[in-house]
Write a protein that binds this ligand. Sequence first.
Ligand code: NAG
Ligand code: NAG
Length: 341
Amino acid sequence: MHIPTSWKVLTTLLATTTNAHSWIEQLTVINPSNGSFVGTPGYPRGYIPRTSPDFNDDAMTYRLPSNGVNLTKADKICMDTQTSPDDQKPDLPRLQVQQGSAIALRYQENGHVTEPQNQEGKPPNRGTVYVYGTTEPSEDDRIIDIHKVWNKDGTGGDKRGKLLATRPYDDGRCYQVNGGSISKNRQAKFKHTADQLMGTNLWCQTDIKLPEDAEGGKQYTLYWVWDWPTLPGKDESLPNGKPELYTTCMDVDVTGKADTNTKAQAKYDDAQSLNDASIPGQFAQLFSPGSGSGLQGTASSSVAQSSAVGASSTAAPSAQPLFHFIPLSSVFLLSPFPSSS
Ligand SMILES: *[C@@H]1O[C@H](CO)[C@@H](O)[C@H](O)[C@H]1NC(C)=O
Ligand SMILES: *[C@@H]1O[C@H](CO)[C@@H](O)[C@H](O)[C@H]1NC(C)=O
């Protein structure tokens, strides 16, 4: 079939906005003295960069539940290419990080933040990210044994790991450049020089801090879980809503001791380039005295934070049909792509 070029462009665009879900692209150490990224980045297990000929969305997307209905014992927490630390690509190595350091986990929002109208019934904070950590990962780790089971004290479930942080998926700054009002707003408010990594977009981040049991000389495992349910009663075709989650599995090499002196002086510098900056609110949680694990608390506080930072036009999902701007004649072109909702 001959497809006019403009339609190809359109389908590419749609594939990007509707099917490119999110995964961690890079891990970077955060400098406690000013909140800037420092040092060489690291990568998740089995990472395939977007510039690689082997790259396609499916190669990095791990969508759960696998049965589309409920999380079950069948669902591993890591995708097949990420079940073991041995899955690390030699040319895309683990992050090297000092004990007790803070780390930015960065991902692309792919329209989930800036074009919320594309999916009915999703939470206003675009879902909640949970980060779990363990010194004893297993290739057989199942999501139902960990997610919302491991807790911040490490006393949940089999007690092999703990919840390090919960964060709104929308970090309050990130955007993909598009013509929508949220994106345009943020492009104006959070200006940065386009770089080779992000281009003109600004990636989202989950900022965490290594716990004390992540000891120098050992490896530490992080499970990033984006919990992005469809809420009940919002989408006519899904009266009960449905769970939808994505994960990335990664390890870091913990080296030696952190500089406790610098930690005591932790202070965020607002003047830094956004290309290399952690998120001020998350940084404050990690380094303020007594902040402990940097847990964000309840989902409703995530929502409150998210809506307080410039997501004004994003309250309740509208009743607009998906892709109302697409001519009907081209809708069949969507069929090669699995529906994202
Ligand atoms: C999914 O889980 C819910 C809550 O545990 C349960 O009520 C429902 O029957 C399950 N659905 C299926 C298809 O297993
Ligand atoms: C942050 O502080 C470090 C020193 O701790 C310095 O090298 C770096 O340039 C600072 N970054 C910015 C953006 O000021």
